[in-house]
Design a protein around this ligand. Structure first.
Ligand code: BGC
Length: 764
């Protein structure tokens, strides 16, 4: 009855196989491999093995679940601010993964804790391998399982979230009788009993059905009233019967396999929300019918073709460093699966769609760390992300107004409404207290970061249509905000009560990062308006009138540019992160090596914020962003000041944020300090793989993933636009890298660039 297939050799149960002591994942050139089951890292690996398609992300939770698992499917834009919660968050969608299998009555399950050993009847897993095929976006797990009766089956689970049709999710389960003639029960279902770590976001399913091979459900979020429809079908040989359930509708197949016989089942699922259509469940049902008639193999082929195109544009090939080649593919995979492909009203959260960290909120991480990767390699995706901000200008204008300013002041944390969604208080601390979070009030540089990303996109793509209609407005209206925000103190302009990238120092006056970037912003706004007047006068007139870009306002901007206070220590020839910084306690951060936690965690919050310990690149970020435009006061040598800045701030930096190492790598590489650049790059590229921030269970660090891509292209390869408008490289490759190749889109042209060591260098 069932098709034959290749069999694993029947192995003796491996006596030393101890499921509670596992190995570590290995990043290989095109895959992430877990060769030995590791029960101690389950939540970390759930994050790493996430699949996604820019519409949703699903963690690598097992089909059969396990105790303590964090099963989650997060769909872009489906936020909910449920009663009692501090802020809105992405609502964990119903789980499409469950497939429960019993073999001769023994439930198939991995032993994940010692208490699992107590559960009768007992089965034993005697072989295990999990692989994420990064090239094709397919997750596969293969297990040898011996039931209590002694029968051994080989189980192969495969899943992918279709990149071809973002609403389709596919699973395949292969069951092979390796030893004995087991009776197998396979129960596939959808699970609406899902929560976030903070609590419940969905009503009980409004509709639920199980009929024939099909089953589905409709649910609605509690506060935002997004509706979701999910429809599945189990496709396989033999009889399949519906198994109705009020929250877990499903279908069951029961069969007996002769020794060496195999059975293959496909579970196909479609999901829509009311963000896509008025009738999500109907749409899911229709999409599912199409998917079932195409079949798993055709769906897979279409999905693979999309992935091939994705990689053609975004892959970086490093010759001479397989370990980092593997790591950079892994990080690129994760930003590719998070990038919205067909939706310009959503953006990428700080933890992608792979975990509950930061509640799915969007930060500056997107514009400065992730979005540029797409500006260079897949401009269409970058445009989608910029449009998210454009569509949310109303929220930014509202925030400015509510704070007594003009123009558009973007929220530090953003969701679907575009309103400020930063929580004002932290979660409860071990001592029962909550800490006031000031970033939503005072971390205002995000507006400039967005302007920077819009301008960078325009410079690289030459997409004038986008710029005249949308991009210029983003830059100009945020400039209006800063014009109203800068404080005229008589002899100079100042900006008080800020949080720069270094968040250990809150509510400070005259952050050099903020003040200097505001100057950049206002100058860029003036240049943009000048360009519009020449090249798109109707758009210039429209914006002048809509944003009130009067001559007086522009004169005010010029005045701010000329008289802005840029803190600089002429004796040390350095930029001063903010006045008073050096009056605080000096702590030799480097003396705390080796460490796996932040210096802040070691010293405690109160002492750290009264010290010179810096959370992340701040002055260094300023140098990286301004690049050739980074300037120094008259009479000072630019290169000397840059080195002084580096030598001052780098040794004081904690890297308490995952954003820090990649930014340092980029800047160090540009400055020719390849050794330190490589170390920081290596650190950044392994933040999730090695869990070296200790919180990878909460989701992938999107900014680190984007940051390492940029560190290679802009840092080690030194790609930039010359004053003549040519694309040029200024390589500073690590000595053991032979060559690096990547693709960039420059002003409508797709170019493949290969960089080696400069002629005459010892490594050439
Ligand atoms: C960093 C911020 C970042 C946020 C989200 C914080 O720890 O300091 O710069 O935006 O995490 O990733």
């Amino acid at each position: 009855m069932f098709p034959q297939c290749g069999l694993l050799a029947v192995v003796d149960p491996i006596p030393q196989f101890n499921p509670l002591v596992g190995g570590r994942v290995m990043a290989r050139l095109w895959e992430l491999n877990e060769g030995f089951f590791n029960s101690t890292r389950l939540n970390h690996y759930e994050t790493l093995f996430t699949v996604g398609n820019g519409y949703l992300g699903t963690r690598g939770t097992f089909e059969e679940g396990h105790s303590g698992c964090i099963a989650s499917t997060l769909i872009h834009g489906i936020y909910d601010h449920a009663p009692g919660m501090l802020v809105p968050e992405l609502a964990n969608a119903p789980n499409w993964l469950p497939v429960a299998i019993t073999v001769d009555g023994t439930p198939f399950q991995l032993v994940t804790s010692t208490s699992d050993f107590m559960r009768p009847p007992q089965g034993v897993v005697i072989g295990y391998e999990r692989t994420l095929d990064i090239k094709r976006g397919v997750l596969r797990r293969e297990v040898l399982f011996r039931a209590a009766t002694g029968a051994v089956v080989r189980l192969v689970f495969e899943r992918f979230a279709s990149l071809y049709d973002n609403h389709l999710l596919a699973q395949r389960v292969l069951i092979v009788a390796v030893d004995g003639s087991p009776t197998v029960r396979l129960h596939a279902f959808l699970d609406a009993e899902v929560m976030n770590s903070t609590g419940q976001h969905w009503t009980a399913p409004a509709r639920v059905y199980s009929n024939g091979h099909g089953f589905g459900l409709a649910a609605e979020t509690l506060q935002s009233h997004y509706r979701l429809g999910m429809a599945s079908r189990l496709v396989g040989p033999g009889a399949i019967t519906p198994l109705p359930h009020p929250t877990q509708p499903g279908a069951v197949a029961e069969f007996t396999l002769k020794q060496e016989e195999a059975a293959t089942f496909d579970k196909l699922t479609a999901v829509f929300t009311s963000r896509d259509t008025d009738e999500p469940l109907d749409a899911a049902g229709a999409a599912l019918s199409g998917a079932v008639s195409d079949g798993y193999d055709a769906l897979l082929a279409a999905h693979e073709a999309e992935w091939a195109a994705y990689w053609r544009d975004s892959d970086i090939v490093i010759e001479g460093d397989d370990a980092l080649q593997a790591a950079i593919r892994f990080t690129t995979y994760h930003i590719l699966i998070a990038a919205p492909r067909h939706d310009e009203r959503v953006s990428i959260g700080a933890k992608t769609l792979s975990g509950f960290g930061y509640k799915g909120h969007v930060f500056w991480d997107t514009e400065l760390f992730v979005l540029p990767v797409f500006t260079f390699s897949q401009p269409k995706l970058a445009r989608n992300l910029l449009m998210y901000r454009y569509h949310n200008l109303a929220g930014a204008r509202h925030k400015a107004q509510a704070n007594g300013y003009e123009g558009a002041m973007f929220p530090w944390e953003s969701t679907d409404t575009g309103e400020e969604t930063t929580p004002q208080w932290s979660d409860v601390q071990p001592d029962g207290s909550r800490i006031r979070i000031w970033t939503g009030d005072h971390e205002q540089h995000v507006s400039t970061d967005i302007a920077y990303a819009a301008h960078q996109y325009w410079r690289w793509t030459g997409d004038d249509a986008f710029f005249t209609q949308h991009g210029a407005e983003l830059i100009l209206d945020t400039a209006v905000f800063w014009g109203s925000r800068a404080e005229d103190k008589g002899s100079r302009y100042e900006i008080s009560q800020q949080i720069g990238p270094d968040e250990y120092h809150e509510n400070i006056d005259n952050s050099v990062f903020v003040n200097r970037m505001v100057v950049w912003h206002l100058q860029t706004a003036l240049d943009v308006l000048g360009w519009l007047k020449q090249r798109a006068p109707a758009d210039a007139a429209r914006l002048e009138s809509a944003l009130d870009l009067s001559a007086a306002r522009l004169a005010h901007w010029r005045d701010i540019i000329t008289r802005m206070y840029i803190p600089f220590d002429t004796e040390q020839a350095i930029h001063v992160q903010f006045p008073g910084f050096f009056d605080m306690e000096y702590i030799p951060v480097q003396a705390y090596q080796p460490r796996i936690t932040s210096v802040q965690a070691i010293l405690g919050h109160p002492r750290t914020i009264q010290s010179q310990v810096i959370k992340q690149a701040d002055v260094v970020a300023l140098m990286a962003l301004l690049d050739d435009q980074f300037d120094v006061p008259p009479g000072f040598d630019r290169r000397t000041v840059m080195l002084n800045n580096w030598n001052t701030y780098y040794p004081r930096t904690d890297h308490g944020s995952s954003l820090s190492p990649a930014m340092h790598a980029l800047q160090a590489a540009r400055m020719g300090m390849t050794g330190v650049a490589y170390d920081e790059f290596d650190h950044a590229a392994h933040i999730d793989l090695e869990d070296n921030k200790g919180n990878a269970r909460d989701g992938i660090h999107a900014a680190a993933c984007g940051g390492v891509w940029q560190a290679i292209v802009l840092g080690f390869c030194g790609l930039h636009i010359s004053p003549a408008g040519e694309l040029v490289t200024r390589p500073n490759l690590p000595v053991h890298w032979r060559r690096v190749s990547f693709t960039v889109h420059y002003r409508g042209e797709r170019r493949t660039i290969t960089v080696g060591h400069p002629e005459g260098s010892p490594a050439a």
